[in-house]
Design a protein around this ligand. Structure first.
Ligand code: NAD
Ligand code: AHE
Ligand code: ZN
Length: 369
């Protein structure tokens, strides 16, 4: 079938809106009509050419919501008409990782996903007869996409796809990082570096956990208003200080914060986030994605004296098991999604979404087809 899609033909070039060919779903696969998709910084990261797994030409996008159109042989957990969220972190329920009870990092389709193909090693997308790569197992920048059955969460059909698409990545990652990875407790202090969709979701999660002081840190002060609305209590622009920002936070708190979260993808800030964590027990969670060749560093003494460095993917959330409940929480007002949607636009204008992100003017742009 034909599908309108925004294709990244080359790194660092605007996406091109073209009509691509989408082949039918094979065994264990599902054809999904995407209703809405958010644009996450990770899409921009891969488009920039800095993603070690980046492949071109590719159909990007991984923060979508849609409807099942057709299922391949053997698919039993979804049927045409079901509302779904594609998952870049699959959940097969059977692999060593799924059954460990220790992680959400299912391995079932991860190897082929990273190579931009379906589990059988081939692509369902082509343009003028040439194959296009899939992205993160989702490719939500195509009106019709094919995903593995294990990469689909079935959700309440009454939910608003323009909002719940954000549970496909940003909001789930931030909230999940607070509850599953850091396990923030009532009264704990929290520092959030980077106030985009991810950082603001961390703040929302911290408020849910009844955290005490919540420090919101960004070099763009325009982000503070929404951070305050989500529950941040202290606002820091590192540009306002001569001293390293970790020192500033330690001076403001005595010994540092109980939990810090890096939501930017900057290895220098990752260091600052670790070093502003409380002596003896503070922990720092890396959420931001850093480019090829980048490495983190700190004095080992920072760990010797009790700080812990952690990371999280999709906030530690098991998508098929937990995402339907998060959609219900959003419908019940327990998770706020609307404030993240600062812009909406048709697929044809998707490059504007990237421009707004780079200019610091958006939190999430949501695309409609
Ligand atoms: P975004 O661009 O919307 O937000 C980033 C924010 O960081 C902006 O507000 C920007 O002003 C701020 N910033 C930039 N440099 C800064 C600095 N030196 N000090 C303080 N603030 C600074 O991005 P996003 O969509 O919120 O994504 C954030 C990061 O999280 C990206 O690296 C993305 O790839 C990553 N991410 C990771 C996961 C995961 O599962 N681990 C999931 C989603 C996104
Ligand atoms: N492909 C990159 C890493 C990119 C990355 O870290 N992705 C995050 C999700 S970002 C969503 O916006 C993630 O969950 N990674 C775990 C996984 O299995 O992909 C690289 O460095 O090769
Ligand atoms: Zn993302």
């Amino acid at each position: 079938m034909k599908s309108r899609a925004a294709v990244a033909f080359k790194p660092n070039q605007p996406l091109e809106i073209v009509e691509i060919d989408v082949a039918p779903p094979q065994a264990g696969e599902v054809l999904v009509k995407i209703l809405n998709t958010g644009v996450c910084h990770t899409d921009a990261f891969t488009l920039s050419g800095n993603d070690p797994e980046g492949l071109f030409p590719v159909v990007l996008g991984h923060e979508g919501a849609g409807i099942v159109m057709e299922v391949g042989e053997g698919v039993t957990s979804v049927k045409p008409g079901d509302h779904v969220i594609p998952l870049y972190t699959a959940e097969c329920g059977k692999c060593e990782f799924c059954t460990s009870g220790k992680t959400n990092l299912c391995i079932a389709v991860r190897a082929t996903q990273g190579k931009g193909v379906m589990p059988d090693g081939t692509s369902r997308f082509s343009y003028k007869g040439q194959p296009l790569y899939h992205y993160m197992g989702c490719s939500t920048f195509s009106e019709y996409t094919v995903v593995a059955e294990v990469s689909l969460a079935k959700i309440n059909p009454q939910s608003n796809p323009e909002h719940v698409c954000l549970l496909g990545c940003g909001v789930t990652t931030g909230i999940g990082a607070v509850h599953n990875t850091a396990k923030v407790q009532e009264g704990d202090s929290v520092a959030v570096f980077g106030l985009g969709g991810i950082g603001l979701a961390v703040i929302q999660g911290a408020r849910q956990a009844k955290a005490g002081r919540i420090f919101a840190i960004d070099t763009n002060p325009d982000k503070f208003e929404l951070a305050k609305a989500f529950g941040a209590t202290d606002f820091i622009n590192p540009k306002d200080y001569e001293a390293p920002i970790q020192q500033v936070i330690i001076e403001m708190t005595g010994w540092g914060v109980d939990h810090s979260f890096e939501c930017i993808g900057n290895v220098e800030v990752m260091r600052a986030a670790l070093e502003c964590a409380h002596r003896g027990w503070g922990q720092s969670v890396i959420i931001g994605v850093a480019g090829a060749g980048q490495e983190i560093s700190t004095r080992p003494f920072q760990l010797v004296t009790g700080r812990t460095w952690k990371g999280t993917a999709f906030g530690g959330v098991k998508g098929r098991t937990q995402l339907p409940g998060m959609v219900e929480d959003a419908m019940a007002g327990k998770i706020e999604l609307a404030p993240f949607v600062t812009h909406t636009m048709p697929l044809e204008d998707i490059n504007t979404a990237f421009d707004l992100m780079h200019e610091g003017k958006s939190i999430r742009s949501v695309i409609h087809y």
